[in-house]
Ligand binder design. Structure first.
Ligand code: AVJ
Length: 322
């Protein structure tokens, strides 16, 4: 009920990300976090409603159906920290289940101010819930939560929606290890992972017929035009989604349809593209259940339970810090 935003803590520097990514000598890149300005966050919300993109709805079904079971595994009292809250819709169910036991403090940690505001509006009506958001990167926010927790309190970290899929597999392990180092034994991590499924289904999910995902992808260039005064011609780049069988991930790229030079004044950059050259903007790794259990083990957790959606293969795994 009581909501507040704690001081915005060092979010990433767009200029630095753009310089590092576009000056790469081999494959040019822009990291996925650059998608989420206000327009990008709104487009991602729209993606979650597309018939082809079943991921978010599957996650929400699991959260709604099993939140009581999830809570029954957790020692009270807990403070909840969510890494990337998005709209907050799928988080409602576990917060309600927890707050039926006792008052709960919920810390959404988000780099997108607009997502943080949407999430607060979405969850504002839950009784005996205090929302205190962080506009920051995940580990910065989590460090702050951990440093201020009362001694007797456990932390429940929510990392839903298969956001971990943006990391390649070794970086995913390293990230979970960093999360683990901030936690204490007995603290919990609820980890959402999109599971392997037919490639045709995945391609449709990341290259939808309405072109919303294409707009989401191209928006990163529009954002650089808006914020860094760049001169990307959006009609000279094309959205590309392909499945990498070896890495078991969807890769999204922006393909330059002709040879061109682009300037990004605020980043003091001039970049040349060959015809057919791409900027790699996102990876979405797909997992299987034993692999998630192994991932848990490699990062200092044990896997307490896994819940699945039947309609769209997706898993929520409850990991307990060892
Ligand atoms: C928010 C990272 C889970 O990878 O499926 C959706 C983002 N990109 N459509 C995903 C996304 C294109 C999404 N994650």
């Amino acid at each position: 009920m009581i909501t507040e935003t704690l001081a915005s803590r060092a979010t990433y520097s767009l200029v630095q990300e753009v310089r590092a990514g576009l000056l790469k000598t081999g494959q040019k890149e822009l990291p996925a976090k650059c998608f989420y300005d206000d327009v990008g966050s709104a487009l991602f919300e729209a993606i979650c409603h597309l018939p082809e993109y079943g991921l978010t709805r599957a996650d929400e079904r699991i959260m709604r159906r099993y939140s009581e079971a999830m809570v029954s595994h957790l020692a009270a009292p807990v403070v909840v920290a969510e890494l990337g809250c998005g709209s907050g819709r799928k988080t409602r169910w576990i917060l309600e289940a927890l707050s039926r036991r006792q008052p709960v403090v919920y810390h959404p940690i988000e780099i997108s101010a607009s997502a943080l505001a949407t999430c607060r509006r979405e969850l504002d009506d839950i009784d005996s819930l205090r929302i205190a958001g962080f506009e920051s990167e995940y580990l910065d926010g989590l460090l702050h939560v951990a440093a201020h927790r009362p001694v007797h309190q456990h932390i429940l970290v929510l990392f839903l929606g298969s956001t971990i899929g943006n990391f390649d597999r070794p970086a995913g392990i390293r990230f979970l290890q960093q999360v683990r180092r901030i936690l204490r034994p007995g603290d919990a991590l609820l980890l959402g992972t999109d599971l392997e499924k037919p490639v045709s289904q995945l391609i449709a999910a990341y290259d939808d017929s309405l072109g919303v995902t294409a707009a989401f992808n191209l928006n990163v260039l529009a954002r650089l035009n808006r914020e860094l005064d760049a001169d990307f011609r959006l009609d000279q780049f094309r959205h590309l989604a392909r499945y990498n069988y070896h890495e078991r991930r969807i890769e999204m790229h922006l393909l330059s349809t002709l040879e061109q030079t682009v300037t990004v004044p605020a980043a003091e950059l001039m970049v040349t593209f060959r015809a057919g050259e791409t900027i790699w903007t996102e990876s979405s790794h797909k997992y299987n259940l034993p692999e998630v259990r192994q991932l848990a083990q490699q990062s200092g957790f044990r896997c307490e339970n896994q819940w699945l959606d039947e309609e769209w293969p997706f898993a929520e795994s409850l990991l307990i810090a060892q």
